[in-house]
Write a protein that binds this ligand. Structure first.
Ligand code: AMP
Length: 281
């Protein structure tokens, strides 16, 4: 596996591959790789001639300084995992390489980046869009792989590609979970033993929503589930909602059928913020 830090060197390496008509699959990440990331990598490896992964902790998508500072980093272990998964190239730029000067682009995603995560993390999706657009321009992938774990992020990326007419196909990938159902996340390693023990309740609550949702009772089951979760000591729900899976606007039986809806949750365990979702089809 080739490791590259400079944009120019990466472009040269990829141009050579493109010249011999090789397809390029791209997996952008922030590192601290786990099985969730590695599933994306394996899919990109199996569906393309070249798989390239980027590892870049993008400072402008963090609206919480402590979250950025505490973001786990373990480059050597990440590279070992990528190599084992069959990845051919890894791009590991410095912040100064990606942002020689501040990027002040402002994207207009309408409501999509103001609700849910956007409401609690202002500016987050603009920062994500800036870095993903930049990475797409550098890598020019044929296919780019994103996890459904970050459901709203996936919707934003699809909108970005459409708005900016970026010639890439976005491939959504299912959420990979621990055996007890907890969605894998780089943040899980910051959970204390006690928090880790209660964390699977998040997914359990989503499963129970899926079981009892009949396409009409959204408000009642959300209220009941929030009530139940609030009884768990150490867990604080930031939002829990059922939305249309395209617009991410609140479920409205007049406009959305049950099969087109998804339940989304964000919750704090201590000071670790976790998100998860379940499709209600
Ligand atoms: P991150 O490093 O958190 O920016 O994530 C990089 C990519 O991996 C994003 O497309 C995420 O949605 C995806 N991802 C993270 N965790 C999981 C998971 N548990 N299952 C599937 N994809 C994931």
């Amino acid at each position: 596996m080739i490791r590259i830090q400079q944009i120019g060197a990466l472009k040269n390496a990829l141009n050579k591959e493109r010249a011999s008509n090789k397809s390029i699959g791209f997996v952008p990440t922030m590192g601290a790789l786990h099985e969730g990331h590695l599933e994306l990598i394996r899919k990109a490896v199996s569906e393309n001639d070249i798989c390239i992964c980027s590892i870049f902790v993008n400072p402008i998508q963090f609206n919480n300084k402590e979250d950025l500072e505490k973001y786990p980093r373990d480059l050597q272990s990440d590279c070992d995992k990528l190599q084992k998964a069959g990845c051919q190239m890894v791009f590991i730029p410095e912040v100064s390489e990606m942002y020689p000067e501040p990027d002040l682009a402002q994207f207009d995603f309408g409501q999509l980046d103001k609700i849910l995560e956007g409401e609690f993390r202002p500016g987050h999706f603009n920062g994500v869009a800036i870095v993903v657009k930049k990475l797409f321009e550098i890598v020019r992938p044929d296919y780019a792989y994103f996890g459904e774990k970050d459901f709203q992020q996936l919707a934003i990326i699809n909108r970005l590609v459409e708005m900016e007419k970026i010639p890439v196909q976005i491939i959504p990938c299912p959420t990979i979970r621990e055996n007890d159902g907890l969605a894998m996340s780089s943040r899980n390693m910051r959970l204390t033993k006690k928090e880790r023990a209660i964390a699977p309740q998040i997914y359990r609550s989503l499963i129970s929503i899926k079981q009892s949702f009949n396409g009409e009772n959204a408000a009642e089951i959300i209220q009941k589930t929030i009530q139940n979760l609030s009884k768990i000591e150490g867990l604080k729900v930031e939002y829990l909602t059922i939305v249309n899976n395209k617009t991410l606007l609140p479920f409205d039986p007049q406009n959305t059928i049950k099969d087109d809806s998804v339940a989304l949750i964000a919750a704090f365990l201590g000071n670790v913020r976790l998100i998860d979702n379940i499709k209600l089809d």
